[in-house]
Design a protein around this ligand. Structure first.
Ligand code: CP
Ligand code: NVA
Length: 297
């Protein structure tokens, strides 16, 4: 494992090792135990799109591991004026020990990795959000164990792609409930990997046997022009009290955040005992540390 670009780059064993490390680091932090395993190492973080969780959790993770993190806005770099990615990659490889990038296009992340001699981490692209779903695995493990049945509701987007790949590699059962035309683009890859993934158009049926209900925004970053069309297309797929009547009483509700209350999920479900979204956000920190130790350690 040199880079983390797609969940499909990981083996089952590597995923389980990351899970174990993240769980251990979470316990250590509670006890006030910190090890400076990345002392004198610097992570550059390039953002072409906004971020709260990814930015803060990576930065704090580096600091708590004894290293440094540089926040670099795409438009403040020469990248914003058209400097080629391959030059940026080669130059940054001489200064820092790893690069985390959030990019509009997945291809940008791949190109950066191709020309970097240091590890590159995908902090979200239009196609995947691998760090998100790895930390979500910790949340699922904590609340439901490793045999949980997961149902995705809404847009088959970047987070959904990473989640179906993760569930395929781990052999977890998953149902994806989305309107026609919004299926995850990684579905065939996930099925090739042996994924036990079913499509179910009817959200009421889709939630029936699930231990985990997961949703995300209907309009991802960069899709703002499609907003009206999307809001119409996803009508009926929101996680509401009404939909929760068809789900198991103790099903957990997940969302990678930011949440659009009143669109993909209602405020009362977010505030209900089923919701684990703040645990999810916290677990980003513990999993980023595990990823950083694996790649930069
Ligand atoms: N879930 C997530 O990646 O959040 P941010 O966009 O705030 O980083
Ligand atoms: N699907 C969302 C995730 C945000 C963390 C987006 O790409 O905007």
């Amino acid at each position: 494992m040199k880079h983390l670009i797609s969940i499909a780059d990981l083996s089952k064993q590597e995923i389980l090792e990351l899970l174990e490390t993240a769980a251990r680091l979470k316990e250590d932090r509670k006890k006030g135990i910190f090890q400076e395993k990345l002392k004198n190492k610097t992570l550059a973080m390039i953002f072409e799109l906004p971020s709260t969780r990814t930015r803060i959790s990576f930065e704090v993770a580096m600091l708590e591991l004894g290293g440094n993190a540089l926040y670099l806005n795409w438009n403040d770099l020469q990248l914003g004026r058209g400097e080629p990615i391959k030059d940026t990659a080669r130059v940054m490889s001489r200064y820092v020990h790893g690069i985390m990038i959030r990019a509009k296009k997945h291809n940008t992340v791949e190109e950066l990795a191709k020309f970097s001699s240091i590890p590159v981490i995908n902090g979200l692209s239009n196609l995947e959000h691998p760090c998100q779903v790895l930390s979500d695995l910790l949340t699922i493990y904590e609340h439901k164990g490793l045999n949980a049945r997961i149902t995705w509701l809404g847009d088959g987007n970047n987070v959904c792609n990473s989640l179906i790949l993760l569930s395929a590699i781990l052999g977890l059962e998953m149902v994806v409930s989305c309107p026609a035309g919004y299926e995850p683009s990684a579905l065939s890859k996930a099925l090739e990997l042996g994924g036990k993934i079913k499509l179910e158009r009817n959200p009421k049926k889709a939630v029936e046997n699930a231990d985990v209900l997961y949703t995300d925004v209907w309009v991802s970053m960069g899709q703002e022009a499609e907003r009206e069309v999307r809001l119409k297309a996803f009508r009926g797929y929101e996680i509401s009290r009404e939909l929760m009547k068809y789900a198991k009483d103790d099903a957990i509700v997940m969302h990678c955040m930011p949440v659009h209350r009143g669109e993909e999920i209602t405020d009362d479900v977010i505030e209900s005992r089923n919701s684990v979204i703040y645990d999810q956000a916290e677990n980003r920190l513990h999993m980023q540390k595990a990823i950083l130790l694996k790649l930069l350690g």
